[in-house]
Design a protein around this ligand. Structure first.
Ligand SMILES: [Zn+2]
Length: 118
């Protein structure tokens, strides 16, 4: 169980990074505040220490909650998964985020980050 917990921490850290890159690039000038979750999500997101606009914050909290309840250990890449747990419009939003931030990560040579979520 503890290993799985580390995997969740790792994955939510990546989600936070992606959404942060996206929000910094796309939502300049919007008011932003530190991401804080409630309940179980809090223990994973509150330590990320990132600031996002309200929309991105909601998306991250949503994604984090989905990651926490993911029934697969180890988690498969989302595109190979039979469950497709994201509902619209979050599914489209997170894809946009992954595409946008993924491109920027590739430039920086961080491809291994991306594979898991595309
Ligand atoms: Zn944003």
């Amino acid at each position: 169980m503890e290993n799985n917990d580390n995997a969740i921490i790792h994955d939510i850290g990546i989600l936070g990074k992606f959404i942060h890159i996206y929000c910094s690039g796309k939502h300049q000038g919007m008011s932003k505040s530190r991401v804080k979750g409630n309940g179980k999500v809090a223990q994973y997101v509150n330590s990320l220490d990132i600031e996002l606009c309200d929309d991105c914050k909601k998306l991250l909290l949503y994604a984090a909650s989905k990651r926490i309840i993911c029934p697969y250990h180890p988690k498969p890449a989302c595109k190979d998964c039979a469950t497709h747990c994201y509902a619209e419009p979050n599914r489209s939003k997170i894809r946009q985020v992954m595409r946008y931030s993924g491109m920027r990560m590739i430039f920086k040579g961080s491809i291994s980050y991306i594979k898991k979520f595309l």
